[in-house]
Design a protein around this ligand. Structure first.
Ligand code: FES
Ligand SMILES: [Fe+2]
Length: 302
């Protein structure tokens, strides 16, 4: 999770300039205070494991893709289990929305601090504390500190931070919970006997499925998408090998699909990832159309 001092979700040019000038004023304002004031706090109760929250915190790469209405671009400079440091642009991308951010995670204390090192919002700090409330429940407290902010702007900044972070957490929660479901599904799939797939499985009537954008099916413990693309039936993995993001709704362009979580691009024929050579889609079963019955079948795997 990152931070900004831009005061609108999608600011127009005047608002952008206003925010930029306020930020400049704040940074060069003389102040005797040697601590940053707490501007506001946000509390979230999330039915999710704390491991998912930690993964999300140290995953800076997802910001411009999962949160595409807030962040325009990220360039990760360094990263690890400790966190990440990156150059980042808020939306709309401009020299006025550029910032350098560092996030450091302290797993033992269940907390992380996000600091703006330079650029827009320089000096601001967001301190997040995730408190486990059970195996699948956490309480997250996010405190926003902005140095040298004139008092009359506290309310406006507070409104901005609360609405932005509420939205970011909703987007993050959908990703974390979908990932948890995918992890649970994979665990169950590993226990399933393989013999039931020897005959192939009936996927349904082609004339019915042709009107669907994509049809998901499970084969040999893995999820796949069935699609009619360029006059033929194809199948490809419905799950991204990077962090198990969903590929079933992605548009196919030039024979490739793009994962919505980190924008990795995959060739649907070969499964190769053109964004990161370490990843490759699981090989799907072949699809067979029986012209006599109009049924679509997978071929058997074993
Ligand atoms: S989950 Fe990261 S690119 Fe798909
Ligand atoms: Fe996020």
């Amino acid at each position: 999770m990152s931070q900004s001092s831009v005061l609108n979700h999608s600011p127009n040019l005047y608002q952008l300039l206003g925010n930029f000038l306020v930020d400049k004023y704040r940074r060069y304002r003389l102040s005797s205070a040697n601590t940053s004031p707490l501007i506001c706090s946000l509390v979230q109760h999330l039915p999710i494991r704390i491991e998912r929250m930690f993964e999300n915190a140290i995953d800076g790469e997802h910001l411009p893709f999962l949160h595409s209405s807030t962040f325009a671009e990220i360039n990760i400079l360094e990263s690890g289990r400790w966190g990440w440091e990156a150059e980042l642009y808020m939306r709309p991308k401009s020299f006025m929305t550029k910032m350098r951010i560092r996030l450091e995670l302290d797993r033992e204390r269940n907390c992380w601090v996000t600091k703006t090192l330079s650029g827009l919002g320089k000096g601001t700090e967001i301190r997040t504390h995730a408190i486990p409330k059970g195996e699948n429940q956490i309480k997250v407290v996010i405190d926003f500190y902005v140095p040298k902010l004139p008092g009359f702007l506290h309310k406006k900044y507070s409104e901005y931070y609360l609405s932005t972070y509420q939205r970011l957490y909703e987007e993050d929660f959908s990703m974390m919970s979908e990932r948890q479901l995918a992890l649970d599904f994979n665990k169950q799939g590993a226990r399933r006997p393989r013999t039931e797939y020897t005959e192939g499985i009936n996927l349904g009537l082609a004339s019915v499925l042709q009107s669907e954008k994509s049809t998901m099916f499970v084969f040999d413990g893995k999820k796949y998408c069935l699609r009619f693309y360029q006059d033929k039936w194809i199948a490809y993995s419905a799950t991204c090998p990077h962090m198990l993001g969903p590929l079933n709704e992605s548009e196919i362009a030039d024979g490739h699909i793009v994962c919505p979580w980190h924008n990795y691009r995959f060739d649907i024929n070969t499964g190769q990832c053109s964004s990161n050579a370490n990843y490759c889609l699981t090989t799907p079963p072949d699809i067979y159309h029986d012209p006599a019955t109009d049924e679509l079948w997978t071929t058997g795997r074993v």
